[in-house]
Design a protein around this ligand. Structure first.
Ligand code: ZN
Length: 286
């Protein structure tokens, strides 16, 4: 759909367009990624948990603060949709929009997954990404986006006029419902915009429309996170499979995903503490 343009450009249109872009956020005050700390902690880890997420399904998993977790490609190219909650407080959950604004449209090693207001702190830090070689391709696509939301039955109903019950939104809702023993309609409102793990996406050059293309992920690839606080995670193995053609249906070939949880040696975390919630005291603090 081309954008309607009914207005004649003003005489100084080009001058207005020539304004210099400025980064919206100056992130230099954020603590730098502590590569030495993470390299030391992840050098000798013990696997303490494993969850298989079946194709077109979701599963929840727990990661205590100070542990690592990996989302691993197994069997074939597959995209995953990730949600994160503070295990002690579901109101604190992953904030995809602010993560995008602070870091970029796609995230990789060194980036943090931030939580919602009024907490706004790192929930997890990305510590390894075997797809970090991909960068941004000729079409502007990158991997692991925080620009999409998640495939869902409502948009599908709107656009396809059909009902499909294995969209990532529904898979995540069922996974959280099972983990917390909550009725499905009580769990669903906690589902939020995701990190699209392994998904290759971008915006078209001409109209800036959201596009996807075949994920470059292959079995053995993984993205690894350090849990900064006690987490409940949920992961959906997207019905779009590698998201090369379609989603929200049974058309695509799908594969499972694996979540692995690792414990580093305790002495590597001796001086480490969970980040406190955001220091802004708001109007309460006046
Ligand atoms: Zn999906």
């Amino acid at each position: 759909m081309a954008r309607l343009s009914q207005t004649k450009p003003p005489p100084d249109a080009e001058a207005r367009r020539a304004a210099t872009p400025v980064a919206v956020y100056d992130v230099h005050r954020l603590p730098a990624y502590d590569k030495a700390f993470f390299d030391n902690a992840r050098a000798d880890m013990t696997r303490i948990g494993e969850t298989i997420v079946p194709p077109r399904e979701g599963r929840a998993f727990d990661v205590p603060a100070g542990r690592f977790f990996r989302i691993v490609s197994v069997e074939g190219p597959q995209v995953g949709d990730l949600n994160l909650w503070n295990a002690a407080n579901l109101a604190e959950r992953f904030f995809s929009g602010k993560t995008r604004a602070l870091h970029a449209t796609h995230v990789s090693t060194g980036d943090r997954l931030w939580s919602t207001f009024p907490y706004l702190r790192p929930m997890a830090t990305i510590t390894h990404d075997t797809l970090d070689w991909y960068g941004f391709d000729a079409e502007g696509a990158g991997v692991h986006d925080v620009i999409g939301t998640r495939c869902d039955p409502y948009t599908n109903r709107l656009l396809a006029g059909a009902d499909y019950h294995h969209c990532c939104h529904s898979n995540l809702a069922r996974a959280l419902s099972a983990r917390l023993k909550l009725p499905l309609d009580a769990a669903e409102p906690h589902v939020h915009d995701v990190l699209n793990v392994f998904m290759s996406t971008g915006f078209t050059r001409d109209e800036h429309r959201y596009f996807m293309k075949a994920s470059p992920v292959r079995p053995g690839d993984f993205i690894e996170f350090f849990a900064e606080i006690d987490l409940i995670g949920a992961l959906s193995a997207c019905p779009g499979g590698d998201c090369s053609a379609s989603h929200s249906s049974d058309a695509a070939t799908c594969h499972p995903l694996k979540v692995e949880v690792y414990r580093p040696r305790p002495e590597t975390l001796r001086d480490w503490r969970s980040p406190p919630v955001n220091a802004y005291a708001g109007e309460r603090g006046e």
